[in-house]
Design a protein around this ligand. Sequence first.
Ligand SMILES: [Zn+2]
Length: 364
Amino acid sequence: MLFGYPIAATAENWLHECLGQILQAIHSNLASGNISTGWSEVISEPYRSRLHRRLKVSEKLNPQKLSLGDKLSNYQTSLKSLPTSERDRVLKAFSEQNNIALLLSGNCKCDAITDLPENIHKPVKALFEAAFTLLTDLEIRDQHYKLIYDASVCHTCPFCGCEYFDAPGAPREALDHYLPEHKYPFAAANLRNLVPMGNKCNSRYKLAQDILRKDDGTRRKSFDPYNHGTVTISLDKSQPFAGAIGRTGEPLPKWEIDFSSNTEEVSTWDDVFHIRERYERDVLNEAFNNWLNGFRSWCRDPRKNIPNSDQEWVDEIESYALYHDSLGFEDRAFLKAAVFRMLHRHCQSGNQRLINFIRDVVVM
Ligand SMILES: [Zn+2]
């Protein structure tokens, strides 16, 4: 991803933490032969009051309308039927699936739900699905989104840099389960595992892919959205006039897209979100001629002189690249800057055909 989210946005993770305390209590009660449904006694104020009503177990179970307490009760019942060693594995999976930072950096592993006894699958999924929904009802989700939105100047999806996020209060953006919930349901209500994501990145590319494993099942490292610096794009190795024919009849550059670091995390990001493919097909090939026209307008500003020598053209292209660098992630400027940095590099090293081409775009 291009940049990360502030970890402070995950501070109000109290629902996930309360569920952890309740699960611990269920497991230790069962270990000492007790059954209790006094879930709210396990958690402290002010969360006890906020969850009290939802933690009650219904007298008559209506399968269409189970409370969080009913789902905890179903979890407890399923767990009771397991031998101690299997119960311990379930609790360990809860803990390990939530070691988000260590899992993403490849420094620990965890069981997926499918590694655990089958009769626990449904109750766990139902419980944590309900908890995820509660994040909206309890306004935790909107508060989390607002903190992330307000911390960013450009309000763009960091997974592609091209999709704009709507302001808080608009219909909600996707909130991605970074570790997918169908495999790691215990992390489904943990803000540390939940990331606002543009709808294209979420619904067309990431889908239910496992960020921790490749398609063949091998482990992979992945960016931590809440502990991540900035990645920059370089197109410097692209070859002018060596790509597909553009709309003007001239060949486009043959794009070579490089990232400022060449790590396994970058490969995972590219594999999952199809970054290189999308940039080349949807942005660079489509926008190249429009961006040259933008450079034309920049050079033809009546307050300026049109460059007069090869060196002046080279300098003007560099100024244009630097201007777009200064815009950061605003309006795909980071990609436009990379294009003009590449053009500058080739012109500076004496690509006369390219200098003539750019001059013709401006003056013709
Ligand atoms: Zn996106």
